[in-house]
Design a protein around this ligand. Structure first.
Ligand code: CA
Length: 333
């Protein structure tokens, strides 16, 4: 990572009190717009004293609960309700959000695998570098809102890594409890360190994500989970006035390694034999792959490798080798 400052600039002053809405601007000189800009919405609502919370969505452009919830929050939140600072970026990978894609149509980069970013990289790499060097150092608490996207669907879940620091762990568990999703999932194994949540932890903050719904859509129910989670987190950390909206405590789960996943071994049409949220057992049939090009070939049977709960399922029936069909979780003991 370069020590030079990010080339991206916000047109609002993140150190000022009050409510400001503006844009993070990235110069993007292309054929149809030689002096063009990419302008990504940002809001900052600050008042009194208190911690800084960074709220982000659209890290993957085809995950909609967070984008809608944060646009609504940006429009309605007023400084009088706030003690501290709330920085909102509703469409982190802005070009991906405009296109309804997981990755940017400009550079094909997945922002949530691009941290710590590259100062002089592609637009998505430059945005990761801006978040890493400008936004994360401001924030003691972060929430990055995700969903399953176009290819996956999740049981509504809050999600975090499991930091080495005991105090960070306690703070994260408390946020899982107030967030109000059905599940609270902790990734205890060696998970990818190129994500925003991993970057946040590197900066010493308390960073949590959520995976709510998916399938390239949003529903009233999934949006409710996102909006309640955001508000409860803000109230819990003392940045927003109000009461925590009660919700049943989440079932705390762990996602582990290879045996927590079912992958397609071949190209074909998937006939799943399970439902999202189902309790499954080792050896149980997960589904069959049917072969359009070889109608005489017997379907290939897939099986679950362990007793667990299905927390995430693939949405499209067309599969290729390496496509994740199901992700499992087990109770955290
Ligand atoms: Ca995602």
């Amino acid at each position: 990572m370069s020590d030079l400052a990010s080339r991206l600039r916000a047109d609002i002053d993140l150190d000022r009190k009050g409510k400001q809405r503006g844009f993070i601007t990235l110069a993007h000189s292309v054929h149809r717009s030689a002096y063009g800009l990419i302008q990504m919405p940002i809001a900052c609502i600050a008042n009194g004293s208190g911690p800084t919370v960074l709220l982000t969505a659209g890290n993957h452009g085809d995950e909609y609960e967070g984008q809608v919830a944060l646009l609504k929050l940006m429009a309605t939140l007023e400084p009088e309700q706030v003690a501290g600072r709330i920085v909102i970026v509703p469409a982190l990978n802005y070009a991906a959000s405009l296109a309804g894609l997981r990755t940017s149509p400009i550079d094909a980069v997945n922002l949530n695998r691009a941290f710590p970013g590259v100062r002089d990289g592609t637009p998505t790499q430059m945005m990761a570098h801006y978040v890493e060097t400008v936004l994360l150092p401001l924030a003691q608490i972060g929430l990055d809102l995700h969903a399953g996207g176009s290819s996956l669907e999740y049981v509504p879940s809050s999600l975090s890594r499991w930091p080495a620091d005991a105090r960070q762990r306690e703070q994260l568990l408390a946020i899982h409890r107030v967030f109000g999703c059905e599940l609270g999932i902790v990734a205890e194994g060696a998970s990818d360190d190129r994500t925003l949540s991993a970057a946040g932890l590197r900066h010493g903050g308390v960073h949590i994500a959520c995976e709510i719904g998916g399938g390239g859509t949003l529903t009233p129910r999934s949006l409710c989970f996102a909006e309640r989670g955001i508000r409860n987190l803000l109230v819990h950390v003392g940045v927003l006035q109000g009461e925590i909206e009660p919700a049943p405590p989440p079932r705390m789960m762990v996602v582990g390694g290879a045996d927590y996943h079912v992958y397609a071994p071949a190209r074909g049409l998937l006939e799943p034999a399970f439902s999202l949220g189902e309790r499954v057992h080792e050896g149980q049939t997960a589904g069959f792959i049917h072969f359009l090009e070889e109608p005489d070939r017997p379907p290939r049977r897939l099986a679950f490798a362990r007793d667990a709960l299905v927390v995430c399922r693939r949405v499209p029936a067309l599969v290729e080798p390496g496509d994740c069909i199901a992700q499992l979780a087990t109770d955290r003991v």
